[in-house]
Ligand binder design. Structure first.
Ligand code: SF4
Length: 273
């Protein structure tokens, strides 16, 4: 099995989008239905924090990573927007990014949402932890990035510095194992899903890498049940029949789940959906 790269959390702090523990940079806040994973179709308010420690080649939210945008808001300002969008009916909040775990203020925001009775999903690449937010999380959606995500020779990264940084950071086994074991021993019986974006053109290397990672996690004491492993075809459009079949075959081989993108099916690649 290949050795997995490990780096300390301090190596991530250089580009943490916000060090301020009371504010968060917010790319967008909107109400829609969850498009991916175990809660697909559930009405939710999405909070997309702006800033990421990775630069995936195929990132579908570059406005929260490659070119982070949006105002910096206090937790109270953000809460007001969320509760207004949620109205009386929506009880699910999805904290996503970018990389939401980078923000110290994610903890106070998640705690305030939990106190208001929201079910909280945190969507993260799993390279950095945020214990306060994790303590009140109901569904941890981990999306470790495979080698195919590294932006090699990407015109947005002319010096290649991001490709090196991304490759060094994309898998942090100790952090990932800690996040998973926190959910396994979570006092509120939180759930988790491990969601992989797979490139049908680069199977079987993606498949090998997922299996290596699952094996490393099991050895680290954080095994993942096959039903908690999701595979989703890469792309910001509906996958073609061949790509669909390749990912379908992959999940059938291992007892994983096929992950669709309902929002793409409903709205196309449209921001705020
Ligand atoms: S981790 Fe997520 S937000 Fe960050 S670059 Fe990758 S896909 Fe984009």
């Amino acid at each position: 099995m290949p050795e997995l790269p490990v780096h300390p959390a301090s190596a991530i702090a250089d580009d943490a989008a916000a060090a301020d523990p009371t504010r968060l940079r917010v790319s967008e806040v909107f109400a829609s239905v969850q498009g991916e994973g175990k809660l697909t179709g559930v009405p939710s308010v999405f909070v997309r924090l702006s800033g990421c420690n990775l630069r995936c080649r195929w990132c579908d939210t570059p406005y929260a990573s490659w070119n982070p945008d949006g105002p910096t808001l206090t937790v109270d300002q953000l809460l007001a927007q969320i509760t207004q969008l949620a109205g009386p009916s929506i009880r699910h909040a999805v904290l996503t990014g970018g990389e939401p775990m980078l923000f110290p203020a994610l903890g106070p925001l998640a705690e305030a949402l939990a106190a208001r009775g929201f079910h909280i999903t945190i969507e993260t690449a799993g390279t950095v932890a945020n214990p306060r937010a994790l303590a009140v999380c109901n569904l941890l959606s981990l999306s470790p990035k495979l080698a195919d995500s590294t932006p090699v020779a990407d015109p947005r990264d002319p010096s290649g510095a991001w490709a090196v940084r991304h490759e060094a950071r994309r898998l942090n086994l100790p952090v990932l194992a800690d996040l998973i074991s926190s959910i396994h021993s979570h006092p509120a019986n939180a759930d988790l899903q491990l969601k992989f974006v797979v490139n049908p053109a680069s199977l079987p290397s993606d498949e090998r890498e997922i299996l290596d990672l699952l094996s490393a996690l099991a050895q680290a004491g954080s095994p993942i049940a096959p039903a908690d492993v999701l595979a989703m075809p890469e792309g910001v459009a509906e996958p073609g029949p061949q790509a669909r079949q390749a990912v379908l075959d992959l999940v059938l081989r291992h007892g994983w789940r096929y992950c669709t993108r309902l929002h793409i099916h409903l709205f196309g690649n449209t921001r705020g959906t």
